[in-house]
Write a protein that binds this ligand. Sequence first.
Ligand code: NAD
Length: 517
Amino acid sequence: MRASRPYIVRVFAAAVTSDPLPIRTTDHVTSLTDSAAPTARNYIDGRWVRPGAGSALDVTNPATGEVLGRVPLSGASDVDAAVSAAVRAFPGWRETPVVERARVLFRLRGLLEDHLEELARLLTRDHGKTLGEARGEIRRGIENVEHACGVPSLMMGETLEDIAAGIDCETMRQPLGVFVGITPYNFPVMIPMWFWPYAVATGNTFVLKPSEQDPLTHQRIVELAEAAGLPPGVLNVVHGDRTVVEPLLEHPDVKGVSFVGSSRVAKLIYGKAATAGKRVQALGGAKNHMVVLPDADYDRVTAVLLDSLFGSTGQRCLAGSVVVGVEEAYEPIRERFLDGARSIRLGNGLDADVDMGPVISPDHRERILGYVRRGESEGARLLLDRSGTGVADLPDGHWVGPAVFEGVTPRMALGRDEIFGPVAALTRAESLEDAVRLMHESEYGNATSIFTTSGKAAREFRYRAGISMIGVNVGVAAPMAFFPFGGSRNSFFGDLKAQGRDAIEFYTDRRVVISRW
Ligand code: NAD
């Protein structure tokens, strides 16, 4: 039985004004008989198929609480069907000339541009982030497709004549087969695109397991990839939660795994997939320090800090979390930051005058509020508490307003754990060295930023930080698609990172040929 106005139909009807493509809008969304909400389908071998298992979870709009659809919980047989389809598609796709593979991505890039606004609205409804943030995320995803379009150059090998008398040597990059992507909820469009465009550009085939919390927008991207000419079986999607991950990690035909999520799970995935003999890159969580020196421009820095800590409602792995004011920088930054945090407007991300949307789920909201409750008992001072702020007319949204603490130390849960919400910790350091020491007490090493007008201090900071992504007068140190993305310490397990040249390395093996004629 089909629901009266399935989610995809409703959203697409509202969001699409002129659709240049004969895109199917309903056949991958169907209803289970036990629910009025439409259920997403898996995408296997170029078809939208119902998983073998019958259970499903609700996917809600975090701003309204409305059930948008349901996500099926696939099982081992669905994994096997997807991996088998990817295995079958591999030889033909590998033999497809690299320029033709790139052309599919060129077409996809055009379609993503054409549909950017529609995708942004879908993303805001699925995830809750503001429309501006959603546009930014999609733009970042497109940039990865653009970069992967350069695969004919990126995949080139090297040659050297006369490595010995009359003997030449050459290297070439070859795809390996089937790769798997397991991705988090906070960037449900962009993060899958850190992976599968590069994997398929280099001639591999792919199975994506998106986050079960907001998997619907990426369905639309898969439709666009199909419309761009990606052959059946090259990209497959299997929905589900943690239970579907195990069979993906253990499947003998899977050659490698790209993972992004919390550090606990990243470490687990790294261990299991590596034990099963697969390549793994596993990106984990973060606790990012923002260090402000006394020579910084406080007004400009404060605006950047507010965006870093409260953008996407704090649900970014690059979000600032601890603001470290060095010496006399502390007081002016503290006052400006509090003023800014007081004026942040919460609401539905689709509304133009909203600064901050909801968090993903009621459970996540409770987790964040738990940190706010615990902060004072640990000895931190709560300077501003808007965490309980609601939004008029949207009583079922998962709202958490900004909370700001000071006197936070790395031993407190507030200073140690990744909260992944709009909770700021302010701390004073006596020197740049002291600030770096504070940072080094964290188990994480994803990103950090310094704000200064001194090139010498900035150089010293980047030399000593020991952290993978460093911002200098930049609050969100997000490398572009052609640079590597990923952390160190407990923020990353593996060696080759996402994006950039690393992506080409990860998805190919370098074969060396030595010839004498
Ligand atoms: P999560 O770890 O809960 O889930 C990530 C993925 O793993 C999902 O697809 C989920 O279904 C699956 N999963 C969850 N538990 C599992 C288990 N026990 N075994 C196997 N699979 C499991 O993460 P999330 O809450 O979706 O996303 C937020 C986290 O992701 C934050 O920690 C954030 O810092 C991190 N993140 C990191 C980066 C980065 O670049 N380092 C980028 C974005 C998000």
